[in-house]
Design a protein around this ligand. Structure first.
Ligand code: ATR
Length: 283
């Protein structure tokens, strides 16, 4: 029987994961299938159990089930423990293993695809929700000179700073006005077409502004660009977190560059923005 994989989410129709994993499987010659499963909002664990009973070997997990996947796993990787959320499950004789590849995906996109080394850099992480928490550990592993977490609700940034230690500074957006090498937008503001209240002085010609959302230009990226920064959206992160999951399951690293290029090309060619499944999404 061909090995089965899937992505669970609600909604799920927009998900690019089947496209990405089918491309990886074809490229690496792996015999596997990958499908999108719409789990009921109150039925995530049951859906996963049914999939395992039907021969499922692994799964990705997206909104709103990443915390439930964390609770469901009976073994966790250290990076999933730190993230407090799971986006990748592997099923074997020992049960359910939970991992989180989101942070590794961000780091791979920054370092390998965008040539933006993190070691020794000053990083501002905007946001203190699940998306921010998922990437802090992998960013710290790269030894930045400084990591500042800025959030509208300062107490949430403080909680994350305490959780991770390492001298992380937590603050609100007010009064933050010195330049950073890298500004990562992990707030949900872009999903609502909003701009976090950032000072233009955070950005210089040497800054990379990275939005974890993908699929359209965001107010954050437009603002950063208008103040001289280079910009990148989260499409590369999406593909890189998938590659990391693929590696966990199959032990083979796919070449991500043609898949990223293919997804960008699809977007440029056919899809009207309103109908695009790439419109305003996060992993
Ligand atoms: P996610 O899993 O996407 O991170 P979340 O846990 O609900 O979702 O967190 C959303 C994050 O986006 C929070 O940091 C939130 O700020 P608050 O903690 O102050 O609520 C941030 N956010 C959402 N809309 C925002 C906006 N318009 N401007 C700035 N920050 C915003």
């Amino acid at each position: 029987m061909t090995d089965r994989y899937a992505v669970f989410g609600h909604p799920i129709a927009h998900s690019k994961s089947p496209l990405i994993h089918v491309a990886f499987a074809r490229q690496t010659g792996q015999a596997m299938t990958y499908e999108a499963i719409l789990a009921p909002l109150d039925g995530f664990a049951d859906s996963v159990a049914q999939f395992i009973a039907a021969g499922g070997r692994g799964a990705n997990v997206t909104v709103p089930f990443k915390e439930q996947a964390f609770a469901l796993a009976n073994r966790l990787s250290p990076r999933a423990e730190h993230a407090g959320a799971v986006n990748t499950l592997a099923f074997d004789a020992d049960g359910i293993f939970g991992d989180n590849t989101d942070g590794a995906g961000l780091v791979a996109d920054l370092v390998r695809n965008l040539n933006c080394g993190i070691a020794g850099k000053r990083i501002l992480l905007a946001g203190a929700g699940g998306a921010a928490r998922g990437v802090i550990g992998p960013l710290l592993d790269q030894h930045p000179a400084a990591l500042v977490i800025a959030n509208r609700t300062v107490s949430r940034a403080q909680e994350l700073a305490e959780l991770f230690g390492h001298g992380i500074r937590a603050c609100g957006f007010d009064g933050l006005d010195t330049p950073f090498d890298l500004v990562v937008n992990a707030t949900a503001a872009s999903l609502a077409g909003e701009l976090p209240p950032l000072s233009p002085r955070l950005f210089t010609a040497d800054t990379l502004a990275y939005d974890m959302m993908y699929g359209r230009d965001t107010p954050f990226l437009a603002f950063a660009r208008a103040h001289g920064a280079a910009t990148a959206d989260g499409l590369g992160m999406l593909v890189e977190q998938a590659a990391e999951a693929f590696y966990l399951w199959r032990g083979v690293r796919p070449d991500t560059a043609p898949v990223i290029a293919g997804l960008r090309q699809d977007r440029l060619e056919g899809e009207s923005l309103a109908a695009s499944p790439l419109r305003g999404l996060r992993t």
